[in-house]
Design a binder for this molecule. Structure first.
Ligand code: ADP
Ligand code: MG
Length: 459
């Protein structure tokens, strides 16, 4: 046992160094981690939190493995196990429970506070966004776990900063936190604000000379959630005020949760001291959903809306709507509306026309293929037909390989279909793709050249 402890005493500083975490952030994830068994293949760890177990396994496995290897001299796979009571989360924080007032008084006060100060958090705008109806996938798992942890036990990860492109579920997660806290910790005072509203309110307060009460109200929050904080960029007086609110709440150990469409370093211009605060937050991103997650979301949402869809149509939707879950929802709503209006069955053509209205940025595969072929041909001084022809001259073959590679990457069409487009069988298509992959690995400019083409095709 002592030996295992010695190993971890040596490994922890290496892990912390690799992650670049401060002591307190490092402790959040690793303080309860115990190495209980070491074999020639595996290192078995236990942790008393299911949530942390999941996060350790998905996010920190590689770094733990590397550190262990450097300490013990051979490679082992870390396995993380949850031990203890079968509860989802750590014990709730006691911080907010020690007030003298009775339960009812506290709850009533908090409700009143929420109603006055943060109408959005008290009203129904956020209704319907819960953790239960948030579909989990690799691309959002990390952010989701942190939001759950914070909702259950405010200040576990403080401040929390969630970023990602539009339509990927950030507002949904914030709303889920608000709804969870309202239900499970009704004595907490919540301020949920879109940053535009925060900014407007501040401007209003300045013009009516009521900044003092503005400040006081915000600083009485137990949990402050600001959605789309990137809008604060370039707004000096708002940044100044927000910095003070942020600091006051943070120092009073109140939970702060921010979302943004970009990471802190890309919010420009932003005061240095505010940037430092944001960068010191617990930061999680939400990525565009994988094909599997898109399928799962379409299945769940269509079922919830009482819409039955063929597998073929579900697949087609998942293929076409890659970057934005809001668009998936928009298309489903439209299908729902059409269904009630016409009662007719949904065909692929009808679906395509809905998609082209709701997601005009998402180009149908056949249009995309034509565009790729014409851009690649033009770049090489050829005609589009040349790329589909049997001609074997070196420069034509090369351009053809590139076009095939880009079609595969931008459309995720099956090899067979790509074969039909280029009048070749699927093994030839495969070998074209491989040739370009080798080129990218071995030739200095190949990658940049392909990226430039892709950019042109998208533009
Ligand atoms: P963002 O704030 O990141 O722009 P939203 O939270 O507004 O995105 O999400 C857009 C829509 O997609 C919302 O209606 C939301 O409910 C839905 N959505 C996003 N991610 C998921 C998910 N993982 N599961 C279920 N619905 C989701
Ligand atoms: Mg949003």
């Amino acid at each position: 046992m002592d030996e295992l402890k010695n190993i971890m005493d040596a490994a922890f500083p290496i892990i912390q160094e690799k992650l670049g975490y401060t002591d307190s952030v490092f402790a959040v994830w690793f303080s309860e981690l115990t190495l209980v068994e070491l074999t020639d293949k595996e290192a078995i760890f236990t942790t008393p939190s299911k949530l942390k177990k999941n996060i350790l396994a998905t996010k920190y496995s590689d770094v733990v493995k590397e550190a262990l290897t450097s300490v013990i001299g051979f490679e082992v796979d870390p396995i993380f196990k949850f031990i203890g009571e079968d509860e989802e989360f750590p014990e709730p924080v006691t911080l907010f429970e020690k007030r003298q007032e009775s339960e009812e008084t506290k709850n009533a006060r908090a409700a009143e506070f929420n109603r006055l100060l943060s109408p959005d958090s008290a009203s129904s705008v956020l209704d319907g966004y819960t953790f239960d109806n948030f579909v989990r996938g690799d691309s959002n798992e990390f952010a989701l776990s942190l939001c759950l942890a914070v909702a259950h036990e405010p200040t576990t990860y403080n401040p929390l900063f969630i970023y990602g492109d539009s339509g990927l579920g950030k507002t949904h997660l914030l709303a889920a936190i608000v709804n969870y806290i309202k239900k499970n910790s009704p004595h907490l005072r919540i301020v949920y604000k879109k940053s535009e509203d925060f900014i407007n309110e501040l401007i209003q307060a300045i013009s009516t000379g009521s900044t003092v009460s503005f400040k006081e109200k915000y600083r009485r929050a137990d949990v402050l959630l600001i959605d789309d904080i990137q809008f604060i960029a370039g707004k000096e007086s708002t940044q100044e005020e927000f910095f003070h609110t942020f600091s006051a709440l943070y120092e009073a150990n109140k939970q702060i949760i921010l979302t943004s469409d970009r990471p802190p370093r890309e919010i420009q211009p932003l005061e240095d001291r505010l940037r430092t605060r944001f960068e010191g937050a617990c930061i999680a991103d939400v990525q565009p959903p994988s094909f599997e997650l898109r399928l799962a979301i379409i299945r769940k949402k269509s079922a919830d809306m009482g819409i039955t869809l063929d597998d073929e149509l579900i697949n087609y939707m998942a293929e076409r709507l890659q970057n934005n879950i809001r668009q998936i929802e928009g298309v489903l709503k439209r299908i729902g509306a059409l269904r009630t209006m016409s009662g007719g069955g949904l065909t692929k053509e009808k679906l395509e026309s809905i998609i082209s209205i709701i997601a005009p940025d998402s180009i149908p595969p056949d249009v995309m293929v034509d565009k790729i072929i014409s851009v690649v041909a033009k770049k090489n001084g050829l005609r589009p037909e040349d790329l589909k022809s049997k001609k074997r001259q070196d420069h034509i073959a090369k351009a053809r390989h590139v076009a095939i590679y880009i079609v595969r990457n931008m459309t995720s069409l099956p090899l067979q279909t790509i074969g039909q487009i280029f009048n070749r069988d699927h093994t030839t298509i495969m070998s074209s793709i491989e040739k370009v992959e080798i080129e990218i690995k071995t030739k200095k400019n190949a990658h940049a050249e392909i990226n430039a083409l892709i950019k042109q095709i998208k533009g």
